[in-house]
Design a protein around this ligand. Structure first.
Ligand SMILES: [Zn+2]
Length: 57
């Protein structure tokens, strides 16, 4: 995986330490990472290719 996608996953998990659920406050913090939108698209495509289903963390 590209470093910016790995960084997104780590950042996503760190935000979960502050906000456990995927609510508006969670996404507001995640969107502060500049490539958040691109990374989500990358991971969606990756999990579709790997397992045939989109995955939610
Ligand atoms: Zn999550």
């Amino acid at each position: 995986m590209p470093a910016w996608v790995v960084d997104y996953v780590i950042m996503h998990e760190l935000v979960h330490l502050l906000v456990p659920s995927h609510g508006p406050r969670f996404w507001a913090l995640v969107e502060r990472y500049p490539k958040a939108e691109r990374a989500r698209g990358f991971l969606e495509g990756f999990s579709m290719a790997a397992s045939g289903t989109p995955e939610e963390c």
